[in-house]
Ligand binder design. Structure first.
Ligand code: AMP
Length: 189
C-alpha cells in the first residue's frame, strides 16, 4: 500500500477529529492533531502550553510561530514515513505556506485535502453538547462563535488554496459517523 498524506479541513465541530482518528486507525498512519497536542502542552504546563492557553480559551488561533514549531517537530518523527493525516493544521495561509516548505524536506507532498462541509448552526449546537460531555475549556458559546468566525476569516480561504493545487475533495460532514466515513473513503479512493 502506498503511504497516504492527507489533510482534514473543516469548521469546528464538523467531525475532523473523529474522522481523522478513524482514518488514521484504518490506514495505519499517525493522526497529527495540533489542537490535541496544544491541549497536552497546556496540561503539562510547558512553555508551548503557556503561550497557547489564553488564545485557546478565547477560541483565537495560537501564534503561527508556536504552532508551526509544534507541527514541524511532530512531522520530523520517524512514524511519519508511513504517511500521516493532518487534523487542525494548517489553519491559515502562513501555516499552509510553512507546511509547503516542510514537506520537501520529508521527501513528500500532500496528496489530498478533505473538506468536511457542514451548516454552522448545526455545528454550534453540536459543540455546545460536546461542552457538556467533555468539559473542554474552550467549549462555551462565546468561544464557539469566535472559533466559527476565525474559521471563516482565516481557515476557509485554504479551501481555495488547496483547490488551486488540485488536491481538494469536499465531503458532506453531516450525518452519522459511519455515513460520513464512507463518503470520505469513497472520495479519497
Ligand atoms: P481544535 O482541537 O483543532 O479545535 O483546536 C483547539 C484550539 O487550539 C483552537 O481553537 C486554537 O486556539 C488552537 N489551535 C489548534 N490548531 C491550531 C493551529 N493550526 N493554529 C493555531 N491555533 C491552533
Amino acid at each position: 500500500m502506498t503511504s497516504r498524506r492527507l489533510l482534514m479541513l473543516g469548521p469546528p465541530g464538523a467531525g475532523k477529529g473523529t474522522q481523522s482518528a478513524r482514518l488514521a486507525e484504518e490506514l495505519g498512519i499517525p493522526q497529527i492533531a495540533t489542537g490535541e497536542m496544544l491541549r497536552a502542552a497546556v496540561a503539562a504546563g510547558s512553555e508551548v502550553g503557556k503561550k497557547a492557553k489564553a488564545r485557546m480559551d478565547t477560541g483565537d488561533l495560537v501564534p503561527d510561530s508556536v504552532v508551526i514549531g509544534v507541527a514541524e517537530e511532530r512531522l520530523s518523527q520517524p512514524d511519519v514515513a508511513a504517511g500521516f493525516i493532518l487534523d487542525g493544521f494548517p489553519r491559515n495561509r502562513a501555516q499552509a505556506e510553512a507546511l509547503d516548505g516542510m514537506l520537501p524536506k520529508l521527501g513528500c507532498t500532500l496528496e489530498c485535502c478533505i473538506v468536511l462541509a457542514a451548516d454552522v448552526e448545526v455545528l454550534v449546537k453540536r459543540l455546545l453538547k460536546r461542552a457538556e460531555i467533555e468539559g473542554r475549556s474552550d467549549d462555551n458559546e462565546t468561544s464557539i462563535r469566535n472559533r466559527m468566525a476565525v474559521y471563516d476569516e482565516k481557515t476557509a480561504p485554504l479551501i481555495e488554496y488547496y483547490n488551486a493545487k488540485n488536491i481538494l475533495v469536499e465531503v458532506d460532514g453531516l450525518g452519522e459517523i459511519d455515513e460520513v466515513a464512507a463518503r470520505i473513503a469513497a472520495a479519497i479512493g
